[in-house]
Design a protein around this ligand. Structure first.
Ligand code: MG
Length: 256
């Protein structure tokens, strides 16, 4: 699939989709506390997306059974919500979700501490988030895609963390997963040249220990091979001739 360049009209629809997702993320973020089940978070996300005239885009994609991915501690991504999975004080949880609005997809992830967490875990969450911002310093027209990848990797590895290799970010638009793939680590070649109008889901997945992961028997849950904790941070980003627009970081109608 070719990398798509969105028209002004399509960009407006991407903005609307992403703003709605930002609202849902904020609401789910407020619910994170010890004692709540990941099923409750999933149910609320489904209801909120519907209220905002959206459609959950993870649900049923490749057979995925839920609206959100709720990935606790050593789970890197694709943790399936369950009534039996109850958040505990000291856990960290990645919430990844997206929606479709008028045919356009949005995708974003946040990692939260549950109650009081260790300074070690707080740093993993902070560094993962910052690695996204280090990456998008290079996300502008004329640069090459892998400039972003390298910046994310350099920053995360400077803390001794492992950068997940098995999963990558992606283009996004009328499909959740469009070209190009966006690695969070250095790969051969410079990658495509970035152009204004590209919309990209940039999503570092960073482990406290090894970058190696495995998939559990449910064929979804992705965990670190060494059991170390993992964090995830993602936004849908619009490439422009100047600074990128972070479409999924809106609060009260403003970019934050
Ligand atoms: Mg994504």
């Amino acid at each position: 699939m070719a990398v798509t360049i969105k028209t002004a009209h399509e960009i407006e629809l991407m903005r609307e989709s992403c703003k709605r997702l930002a609202v849902v993320h904020d609401e789910i973020g407020k619910m994170i506390r010890p004692g709540i089940s990941t099923w409750e978070l999933d149910k609320k996300a489904f209801d909120l997306i519907k209220e905002l005239d959206g459609t959950p885009n993870f649900l049923h994609l490749y057979g995925y059974p839920a609206t959100i991915c709720a990935s606790i501690n050593e789970v890197v991504v694709h943790g399936i919500p369950s009534k039996k999975t109850i958040l505990k004080e000291g856990d960290i949880i990645g919430i990844d979700m997206g929606l479709i609005y008028k045919g356009y997809h949005s995708d974003a992830a946040r990692t939260y501490g549950v109650g009081h967490i260790s300074e070690e875990d707080a740093q993993l969450i902070r560094v993962t988030k910052q690695s996204f911002f280090e990456g998008i310093k290079y996300a502008r027209a004329g640069n090459h895609l892998h400039d972003i990848s390298q910046a994310i990797q350099n920053y995360a590895e400077s803390f001794g963390y492992g950068v997940v290799r098995d999963m990558v970010g992606h283009g996004i638009g009328t499909a959740l997963h469009e070209d190009p793939q966006i690695p969070n680590f250095k790969v051969p070649g410079k990658g495509i040249k970035l152009r204004a109008g590209m919309t990209l889901a940039i999503e570092p997945m960073i482990d406290a220990g090894t970058w190696e992961v495995e998939i559990l028997e449910d064929d979804w849950t992705c965990v670190t091979l060494d059991g170390s904790k993992s964090a995830h941070y993602e936004n849908t980003v619009l490439i422009t001739d100047g600074d990128p627009e972070i479409l999924t970081l809106y609060r009260d109608g403003k970019e934050v």
